[in-house]
Design a protein. Structure first.
Length: 320
């Protein structure tokens, strides 16, 4: 089978009641889509209600559908990453299994990508969620815009279409998937949004809410440090360690000189403690910074090697 132009990745977890409607709406929407072939990759994130088994049963005779099962629940970000890794399309779409956003709108997303954008995000213009989710969403979008994100009104919508290059590059694990549009914009990719209808959840329960605010804040802070370090987070730690260690060494050097010249440091014992603490703290930060540099360098090398292998495979398939 020829390689599809679009791959739709749908993470699912405990959505057994939504599966029939999901298949009835997603597949016809893609069949009418103006693309040279498509595939649908369902990533089961450790469901315990039989979701994966039902998906495999209903899609077993459709070669356009794949079901990828994770051994345990790793979270939406890791589920998306697993789906992106095996996706074959040059365009990659994502949508939530609850179908609160209509998959029939996908042609508008693809059209915007063909206009030159690298990522198109859905804007749930009239949210049908409860008040707490609407408030948390407004706070989230305001904070992301304040820290340099693109001027989107609904960056956390699960309905997206993005280029393959961007999908394989952005960090997704943990809660970093919430900030795909922020990372893409900071890296120079073009990001826009498309207004889509929104309806209340018909089946299952949401796995997100205002209770995730603390973890989302931690994810944002770590991601900003990552972006500021330009894939080298150890540099900030090295700078802080160096800046703290030098005053400590100068203080200890002064006390050592006083001990040699005067034979005593007199009543400068608190200064001795301060110098020792600054030196030790600075050295520890520098050590952690060196480890962070080593790990990040190793990860970048593996990522570049992986992309290189993918490029070679794609070129070989094209020539053959």
């Amino acid at each position: 089978m020829d390689k599809p132009e679009l791959s739709m990745v749908i993470p699912v977890r405990d959505e057994i009641e939504a599966i029939p409607a999901l298949l009835d709406r997603v597949l016809p929407s893609l069949e009418w889509l103006d693309v040279a072939g498509f595939e649908v990759i369902f990533v089961d994130d450790g469901s315990k209600d039989g979701t994966a088994e039902k998906l495999e049963l209903l899609t077993s005779r459709d070669p356009r559908c794949k079901v990828l099962r994770l051994r345990r629940s790793l979270g939406k970000g890791d589920a998306l990453a697993a789906g992106f890794d095996i996706a074959a399309g040059q365009l990659i779409a994502t949508i939530d299994a609850d179908l609160q956003e209509p998959p029939e709108e996908i042609q508008r997303f693809v059209d915007r990508v063909r206009d030159g954008f690298d990522m198109v995000v859905g804007w749930r213009q009239h949210r049908a969620d409860n008040i707490s989710r609407r408030i948390s969403s407004k706070i989230y979008n305001s904070v992301v815009r304040c820290v340099g994100g693109p001027p989107l009104r609904d960056g956390n919508c699960g309905f997206k279409v993005l280029s393959r290059e961007l999908a394989l590059a952005v960090p997704l694990s943990g809660g970093h998937f919430r900030y795909m549009h922020l990372v893409a914009a900071r890296w120079g990719y073009r990001v826009t949004e498309v207004a889509v209808p929104h309806r209340p959840r018909q089946t299952g329960t949401s796995h997100f809410g205002i209770s995730r605010a603390f973890s989302a804040s931690i994810d944002l802070i770590t991601l900003l440090i990552f972006l500021r370090g330009q894939d080298r987070p150890g540099r900030s730690l090295l700078r802080w360690g160096f800046g703290i260690c030098i005053p400590g060494i100068l203080i200890l050097g002064f006390l050592g000189y006083s001990r040699i010249v005067d034979g005593t440091i007199n009543y400068r014992y608190p200064l001795l403690v301060l110098g020792a603490l600054l030196s030790l703290a600075g050295l520890q930060l520098m050590l952690v910074g060196c480890l962070a540099e080593w790990f990040s360098g190793k990860t970048n090398m593996q990522s570049k090697s992986r992309r290189g292998v993918l490029d070679v495979q794609e070129e070989h398939e094209r020539l053959t």
